[in-house]
Each structure stands twice: as structure tokens, then as C-alpha cells.
Design a protein around this ligand. Structure first.
Ligand SMILES: Nc1ncnc2c1ncn2[C@@H]1O[C@H](COP(=O)(O)OP(=O)(O)OP(=O)(O)O)[C@@H](O)[C@H]1O
Length: 241
């Protein structure tokens, strides 16, 4: 595999994930993957194949049962909980199928939320407003989630994921609750973010047509990576090792 010239930021080596102590369920096995910076990657596979678990492991929300995860050459196993939280904050923004906005806060306030426990060098409100502008919602900044459509709520959630200036957006079925028009809009927004904000995207999806439009597709089945292949326009190195 030729990854010369590309910064490698995520490496998963010999990963397994088992849930349960008495009744054990092997959810992921033999996961070996290298991901270079700033790619748009989709994860496809049947329900229960382990896509969300893989995303949670990459985002350091879950820990592997065995194997190694390196993020920017840092072995996550070596880190304590505070260090993991810092690494997660600096590298990952999360977007979910259900938007998980706080009902009692405005769009702008929802975007600011992830920064509140942190010291930041930028002006929170100004930055949040600029991100709402980026996702096309500056005029809706003072609206509450119930006043926004599903697609608009997902755009707020994407702005919220970007406020920490992450290196990666990890999106778990971001278009899963949306009709095809809004799904297309969210996909195009993620593509724009990849291109303009210098941010990689890893997106779990059931939508094969959208997946084909990403740089690389990781196909999963039964807890294993079956295939890693380029999307239709992808020209980047394959990441399966
Ligand atoms: N915390 C947990 N405890 C026990 N089993 C779990 C846990 N999380 C996931 N699983 C099991 O792991 C398997 C993979 O789940 P996962 O959500 O990763 O699959 P998925 O491919 O994302 O599925 P879907 O497309 O339906 O969201 C499933 O059988 C699920 O029941």
C-alpha cells in the first residue's frame, strides 16, 4: 500500500470487541485498518455487522477488548481517562442519526455547548455563528430545535460537531432520518466540510448510492471488514492492512 506523502492519523491493529461478561458477544474481530487524513470514508454493512461499534472505537467512546488503536501515533491504551477525553475533544466531532440537540437551547447555544467545559482561544459565540452560517442557518440562530426541520436540526448538529475544530467528523447514519432531498443536502454539506475545512469524515450509512460517492468504502459483515474499496471518484490508497 502506498501512503507516502499522506499523514496517517488513525490505525487500528488486530482489534476485537466483545460485549458481556457471562454471555459474551463477539462484535468485532480481526479489524486492521489505516486511515490517512482528510478522507471521506463510508462504512457499509448489514444491520448488526458492527459499523457503529467500529465508529465508537475510532472515536475512543468504546475501548477494544484486544488490539491497538493509534490516533496521531498515540497509543490510546496508554492514556488515562482525562488524556482520552482531551484526545477525543481535539480530534473528533460526532454526528448521530437522532440529532441529540438540547430542546431548551437555541441553535446557537446548542453549537456552543461542547466548548463550555474548555478554555478556548476563540470567541465562542462568534465562532458558533460562523459555523451556523457555514451550514446555511444563520437566520435560524435563535430558533429552538422544535422550530427547525429534521434537516435543519442535523445541520445544527454538524455545526456543533465542528466547533471544537476536529480533525475528523464521525457520523453515524447522519442521513438515516431524512428524506432523500435532505439526505442529499447533508451529504453535500459533509463533502464541503471535507474540502473546505480540512476535516476527514467517517460516515456509517445504509445508503449505498451515497457511499459510492465517498473516497473509500469499508464494507463490513458479521463483525469483520470484508472489503475496503474506492468509491466511484476515489483515487486514494486503500486502507485495509
Ligand atoms: N453495548 C452493547 N452490549 C452488548 N451488545 C452490543 C452492544 N453494542 C452493540 N452490541 C451488539 O453488537 C452488534 C453490532 O452492533 P452495531 O450497533 O455496531 O452494528 P451496526 O452494524 O451499526 O448495526 P445497525 O446498522 O443496525 O446500526 C449487534 O449484535 C449489537 O446487538
Amino acid at each position: 500500500m502506498n501512503t507516502e506523502g499522506l499523514a496517517l492519523s488513525i490505525l487500528l491493529k488486530n482489534i476485537t470487541k466483545t460485549f458481556g461478561s457471562i454471555v459474551k458477544t463477539n462484535v468485532l474481530q480481526d479489524i486492521n485498518i489505516k486511515i490517512s487524513d482528510n478522507q471521506f470514508i463510508s462504512v457499509l454493512g448489514p444491520s448488526g455487522s458492527g459499523k457503529s461499534t467500529l465508529l465508537s472505537l475510532i472515536g475512543t467512546i468504546e475501548t477494544p477488548s484486544s488490539g491497538t488503536i493509534l490516533i496521531n501515533d498515540i497509543d490510546t491504551i496508554e492514556l488515562n481517562l482525562d488524556e482520552i477525553a482531551d484526545l477525543r475533544y481535539e480530534n473528533f466531532g460526532f454526528v448521530f442519526q437522532q440529532y441529540h440537540l438540547i430542546d431548551s437551547l437555541t441553535a446557537l447555544e446548542n453549537v456552543i455547548i461542547p466548548t463550555l467545559t474548555r478554555k478556548v482561544e476563540y470567541e465562542r459565540e462568534k465562532n458558533a455563528f460562523e459555523l451556523l452560517e457555514l451550514v446555511g442557518l444563520k437566520d435560524q440562530k435563535d430558533l429552538y430545535p422544535f422550530q427547525l426541520s429534521g434537516g435543519q436540526q442535523q445541520r445544527v448538529a454538524i455545526a456543533r460537531a465542528l466547533i471544537t475544530k476536529p480533525k475528523w467528523i464521525l457520523a453515524d447514519e447522519p442521513t438515516g432520518n431524512l428524506d432523500s432531498k435532505n439526505g442529499e443536502l447533508i451529504f453535500n454539506l459533509l463533502k464541503k466540510i471535507q474540502q473546505e475545512e480540512n476535516c476527514g469524515i467517517i460516515m456509517v450509512t445504509h445508503d449505498t448510492t451515497l457511499a459510492e460517492r465517498t473516497d473509500q468504502i469499508i464494507e463490513m459483515n458479521d463483525g469483520r471488514i470484508q472489503l475496503v474499496r474506492r468509491g466511484k471518484n476515489g483515487s486514494l490508497p486503500i486502507t485495509h492492512i
